[in-house]
Design a protein around this ligand. Structure first.
Ligand code: GDP
Ligand code: MN
Length: 337
């Protein structure tokens, strides 16, 4: 039987849109994409790629978040791509916009200084809003509360390999909490005082540190200095209960209270990475080699021929970021030796 296409605001009857191939979503998981209405073409490209390489056989739901109301055009273009359930949410005002306690003249001076130095997004307030939201709020959104696992997706990304397994189920079965595909160096001018703030937190709450954590990924001298290595958070598969938990909640509030998201340009990537590396045992942080992933200008492509062949990968293995000059993969590998 041919099922009618669900409208964007309806969940399809049964789990599946395709009666002949029952979908296999097994984990309590969702994709989440933060985007603007004018990101629609890039969002379509990302979802198309994700459906082709993984989700067409699983039907995991999607949640789209935006600080502005979604246009009918955006909802229509996305809803055409999948029979999986899709929800479009708006972000509560105070989780997005610069808080009133932030000293705006001080923040404005910092933006000017950064843009004079040519730092990307140096003068952008909205980019800072985005980084703070991704650091401390997305997992509290009402549309996400019913889920434990999320897979973060951005507009204009490509998934290069067909997945022969369900990464959410893998995470659950292997007791993983946070997973990445690309590790690289942060631009230090965006986070001048972040590490000192994190060190203050560790002094005040030493019980937050996990035994056998991944400090060796972040620091080459036992935590004295930060080596700028972090996980690229435009791809993440993780357990939202970690972000929702007591340790991370206290950590985010401690960071946020300094105003560093606005007086500097702290990214959600170093913030998430530091938390995952310090508050989890390193065995709970996972590198997904099988997931060929590209967010320009960087790409992870499986180097091993067997993985690349099995995944029918479309990426050039010679262009993988893994052991290039800007990669921190070697730093990750090192802590397991
Ligand atoms: P980059 O990857 O660091 O260059 O930053 P992006 O421009 O890709 O932004 C990161 C994510 O946040 C993407 O999913 C964007 O669609 C989203 N994003 C960035 N700025 C805004 C914004 O002002 N509003 C909304 N709703 N989403 C944003
Ligand atoms: Mn991006």
């Amino acid at each position: 039987a041919i099922l009618p296409l669900p409208k964007w605001n309806e969940t399809p009857a049964g789990a599946a849109g395709n009666a002949s191939a029952p979908l296999r979503a097994r984990a309590n998981a969702t994709f989440v994409m933060l985007a603007r209405n004018n990101d629609v073409n890039g969002a379509v490209q990302s979802i198309r790629s994700l459906e082709d390489r993984f989700n067409r056989e699983y039907g995991y739901p999607y949640v789209f978040l935006n600080e502005e109301p979604w246009t009918d055009e955006f909802k229509k273009r996305i809803s055409a791509l999948t029979h999986a359930p899709i929800e479009f949410g708006v972000i509560p005002h105070d989780w997005w916009f610069q808080p009133s306690w932030v000293d705006e003249p001080k923040a404005a001076a910092a933006r000017k200084e950064m843009s004079d130095k040519g730092i990307i997004y140096g003068d952008s307030v909205s980019y800072r809003n985005m980084c703070r939201f991704n650091s401390g709020f997305f997992f509290k959104h009402e549309l996400l509360l019913k889920y434990k696992w999320y897979w973060r997706v951005e507009p204009d990304v490509t998934f290069h390999c067909t997945l022969a397994f369900d990464p959410f189920v893998y995470m659950e079965e292997q007791k993983k909490v946070y997973a990445f595909t690309i590790a690289l160096y942060e631009w230090s001018a965006t986070i001048p005082t972040l590490w000192d703030t994190v060190k203050d937190f560790m002094k005040k709450y030493p019980e937050s540190l996990a035994p056998d954590n991944a400090m060796g990924f972040l620091s080459d001298n036992n935590g004295d200095g930060f080596n700028m290595c972090h996980f690229w958070s435009n791809f993440e598969i993780a357990d939202m209960d970690f972000w929702r938990g007591e340790v991370y909640t206290r950590f985010f509030e401690f960071l946020d209270a300094t105003g560093g998201f606005y007086y500097e340009r702290w990214g959600d990537a170093p913030v998430h990475s530091m938390a995952a590396a310090l508050f989890l045992p390193k065995s709970q942080v996972h590198f997904f080699n099988e997931i060929g992933y590209e967010h320009p200008p960087n790409m992870h492509c499986p180097k091993d021929d067997d993985v690349w062949t099995k995944g029918m990968c479309s990426c050039d293995q010679g262009k993988t970021h893994d052991y290039g000059p800007y990669s921190c993969q070697h730093q990750w590998d090192r802590i397991f030796q």
